[in-house]
Ligand binder design. Structure first.
Ligand code: HEC
Ligand code: HEC
Ligand code: HEC
Length: 166
């Protein structure tokens, strides 16, 4: 699966120029979220904090990752209307706060260097040793609450998010 790997590696390089120069294309792709905020929303993301930010303290051993997270679909399609199920409150007009919690606008995501931003967020969430809990709270809480409410949410079984690592 080299394709997704390359995507991850190029993400940081990709996001910044897009945030500066890609506004026009992006606006036409995402009329629903942020008509006024020319912000790039990556389509899919590979999530593996240990590879990306190895300097964050006390992270658990790298046993799991998640490839191909449907980032844009979550922000634009899955989250609107479902805020009552989330661990972190958000508004349909600004779903970003569900996962990037504590931020007031999309600039709050890109203005800071990625690992600095994540390090602070994880610190607020109990530090590196709590990373699994921190992440599962963001993702799994909503999926589980939706399941309990008999709504069509996302997966709650380990294997559906953590496919075998390459
Ligand atoms: C909705 C998706 C989802 C489900 C379901 C899920 N996880 Fe995770 N989990 C994640 C994400 C995202 C991370 C962060 C991965 C990363 O940064 O490497 C994570 C991190 C972890 C970590 C921390 C270690 C590491 O390498 O980052 C462990 C351990 C883990 N999950 C185990 C499990 C187990 C066991 C289950 C089933 C009971 C499970 N997960 C279910 C999304 C999920
Ligand atoms: C369902 C969860 C979720 C939602 C909703 C969400 N994101 Fe993300 N986003 C993530 C995760 C997880 C990452 C990877 C870890 C990180 O960089 O915070 C990420 C990464 C990003 C990145 C890349 C940062 C970098 O430099 O690598 C940008 C930009 C971003 N998100 C913007 C947004 C915007 C704008 C919104 C709202 C329209 C949004 N996200 C909504 C979960 C989400
Ligand atoms: C506020 C609710 C909410 C949050 C937060 C959330 N999800 Fe989801 N997730 C959904 C819904 C709703 C669906 C779509 C169900 C459908 O229509 O099939 C979904 C679908 C999924 C799917 C399967 C379908 C697909 O398109 O990928 C995965 C995998 C997934 N989510 C992972 C995650 C991860 C990882 C996070 C955290 C970074 C996360 N979700 C955060 C609500 C949420």
């Amino acid at each position: 699966m080299n394709k997704t790997k390359n995507k991850k590696n190029s993400l940081a390089k990709f996001v910044k120029p897009m945030a500066l120069g890609g506004a026009l294309i992006l606006l036409s792709q995402s009329p629903l979220v942020f008509a006024s905020d020319s912000q790039e929303i990556p389509d899919t993301i590979d999530i593996n904090i240990q590879t990306r930010c190895p300097d964050i303290k006390d992270l658990p051993l790298d046993k799991k990752n998640m490839t191909g997270f449907s980032h844009r679909a979550h922000a634009e399609k899955y989250l609107p209307g479902n805020n009552e199920f989330a661990a972190h409150p958000y508004k349909d007009e600004f779903t970003c706060a569900a996962c990037h919690f504590g931020i007031a606008d999309a600039k709050g995501i890109t203005e800071e260097e990625v690992c600095d931003r994540l390090s602070k967020a994880i610190e607020t969430g109990g530090g590196g040793k709590n990373y699994k809990k921190y992440m599962h709270n963001i993702c799994l809480t909503c999926h589980k609450n939706m399941k309990t409410a008999e709504k069509t949410g996302g997966p709650t079984s380990c294997k559906e998010c953590h496919k075998k690592k390459e």
